[in-house]
Write a protein that binds this ligand. Structure first.
Ligand SMILES: O=C(O)CCC(=O)C(=O)O
Length: 369
């Protein structure tokens, strides 16, 4: 943590700048400066001494700079945490719920959405699917093979309602094996912005109130996804942290995952490693001229560390941006629909330019406090 520097390390004594030799004249009984031109060897020695001391000073300053930046980031995080606990009464989360969220990295809020809200979102999605002309795109969404399948369709979806196929939706000849309604992996990434029904839930008072509890000052929904986890072919989502994809400095992403159907071990519920958010962000998903890539390989996670988050329809799972979570393939005959929002703060932090999402227009905040 905070390290006190010895003053010698902080400010090494200045190297001798005067290159005079002192001699003593016994008759004058005082020291006089003798203007002697030093030989090359002495000059070199002095130069070496000066350079090394300047390097020490430079290193020390760089070390201090790093410590100050680290402390600043920690302070911002602590400020958000304190704000969270003070605001427990303002937002709709109790201090007990906030404590659970801080210790586990996730929180399940049962009956967060009403049956009517769920019904309206599911019906709206049915309609969007019916209207979707599936010959317009054949992009397959796969988190296993993200680099190849990430293309313009993916980038452009940041501010559109775009459809992504299940990897196993097609046969060897490229024909759909089942109706399009049962072949879509997800719809994203701007449902919250472009569709009135999804916007209503996403910008509802209860969502904002919960974000206030979490200490958000100027939150924006940066992406939304309707995830189908189709029966039989619903693809797995490999272990990840949401902050990898939606990075701010300091990190502020929170996932809000709403179950639109009961989610169980059988139909592919979420799994998470409790407390894993405390170990920080492991890697980032970067976009550059050549596409997207992770900056580091994924660590190997021990599956024994994951716990299933089985929830009923209407439950909201609040997911800390650094929480390691995943979901398995759905091999059952029952779908597992969910609506997922990702929120970042736009106050006191900076959106990373090398994130995959580059919105043409800055998103409107849910509120500003
Ligand atoms: O719905 C799933 O299976 C995974 C969703 C997820 O990981 C997320 O929304 O961050």
């Amino acid at each position: 943590m905070w390290q006190i520097f010895d003053k010698h390390n902080l400010y090494p004594p200045a190297p001798p700048l005067t290159r005079y030799k002192e001699t003593t004249f016994s008759s004058a009984k005082k020291k006089l400066v003798d203007y002697v031109v030093l030989d090359n060897a002495v000059n070199k020695k002095l130069d070496a001494l000066t350079t090394s001391k300047l390097c020490v000073r430079m290193n020390t300053l760089q070390k201090i700079e790093r410590q100050v930046l680290y402390q600043f980031a920690t302070l911002l995080q602590q400020r958000a945490k304190v704000k969270r606990s003070n605001m427990g009464t303002e937002g709709n989360l109790s201090s007990e719920q906030l404590h659970l969220f801080d210790s586990h990295g996730y929180l399940v809020l049962e009956s967060f959405a009403s049956p009517e809200e769920i019904d309206s979102m599911r019906k709206r999605m049915e309609q969007l699917l019916d209207d979707f002309d599936f010959s317009s795109t054949a992009s397959i969404f796969s988190t296993k093979n993200q680099q190849q399948t990430t293309n313009d369709h993916f980038f452009q979806s940041a501010d559109k309602i775009s459809f992504f196929w299940e990897e196993k939706a097609f046969d060897e000849d490229g024909n759909l094996k089942q109706p399009k309604q049962l072949s879509i992996n997800k719809v994203g990434h701007a449902l919250h912005d472009k569709d009135a029904v999804f916007n209503k839930f996403s910008s509802s008072d209860k969502v904002s109130s919960m974000l206030r509890s979490l200490g958000y000052q100027r939150p924006v929904v940066i992406q939304s996804m309707y995830i189908f986890k189709q029966p039989g072919i619903g693809g797995e989502v490999v272990p990840h942290q949401d902050n990898s994809f939606l990075y701010t400095e300091p990190t502020t992403c929170t996932g809000l995952w709403l179950a639109l159907e009961d989610a169980t071990i059988v139909n592919g519920c979420l799994w998470a490693i409790p407390g894993s958010h405390k170990n920080g962000l492991v890697r980032r998903f970067l976009r550059d001229d050549s596409g997207v890539h992770f900056d580091k390989p994924s660590p190997c996670y021990n599956q024994k560390d994951f716990v299933p988050l089985e929830v009923n329809a209407g439950s909201l799972v609040v997911i800390h941006g650094d929480l390691i979570h995943q979901s398995f393939e759905n091999q059952s005959s029952k779908s597992r629909h969910a609506y997922s929002l990702h929120v970042v703060d736009t106050n006191g932090c900076k959106w990373a330019e090398d994130n995959w999402i580059r919105r043409n227009v800055d998103p409107e905040p849910l509120y500003s406090s």
